[in-house]
Design a protein around this ligand. Sequence first.
Ligand SMILES: C[S@@+](CC[C@H](N)C(=O)[O-])C[C@H]1O[C@@H](n2cnc3c(N)ncnc32)[C@H](O)[C@@H]1O
Length: 220
Amino acid sequence: MTATPLADGGDGHLPDGVEPRTFDGDQRLATRGEPVYGEPVQDGWRAWDPGRSKLGAMLGRGVETGFAGGDTVLYLGAASGTTVSHVADFAGPTYAVEFAPRPARDLVRAAESRPNLFPLLKDARKPATYAHVVESGVDVLFQDVATRGQGEVACRNRQFLADDGWLVATIKARSEDVTGPTEVTFGHVVETIESEYEVVTTERMDPLHEDHLAVVARPR
Ligand SMILES: C[S@@+](CC[C@H](N)C(=O)[O-])C[C@H]1O[C@@H](n2cnc3c(N)ncnc32)[C@H](O)[C@@H]1O
């Protein structure tokens, strides 16, 4: 479990249902739910590991993501459910897209105790394949897909987002271009995102998540 100091600016940016709690003397963000990845639990609150979760790291650093308790969420790149399980603990309906069958099996397990978490074994580059399941007008589109074309994925899935919703994306430079300069790669992805969104914040996620950029944006 990675411990990082929480942001000094108070916890006004935290969605309802996410709270700083003390675990073994350290302050960590936590949500209420069944444990998923061996994280410590106290009084029903599960510690959220910012070293394993880019969203956990963003919230720990005080980034304003737009997430609010009870939101409807479309989450792309859910993997085995580490982060999306925390999201489902504080959000409303949470649609979790993952295209790799192996992690998706663990994701299904994480969903067993979360009736608002809906795993979808789908390719995030092909939103037409889940458009019949995901309601339109979601409050937050969260994206953490390790694939080339991360900007295009955000644009193609814009169709599900409410006009006053939020895109929260973590961009992995090495998935776009293994050898190219990271800043140039981020520039290209952000430029693509800007064709459909107005970018509000970008923030490098080093050192916890090297070569990753957090992007928060609103639909145009
Ligand atoms: C960094 S991991 C996600 C970690 C997860 N968001 C978390 O914090 O718990 C990236 C995931 O994206 C998935 N992925 C990559 N390309 C995808 C695509 N086109 N559609 C759906 N999932 C994809 C990978 O299988 C992998 O599980």
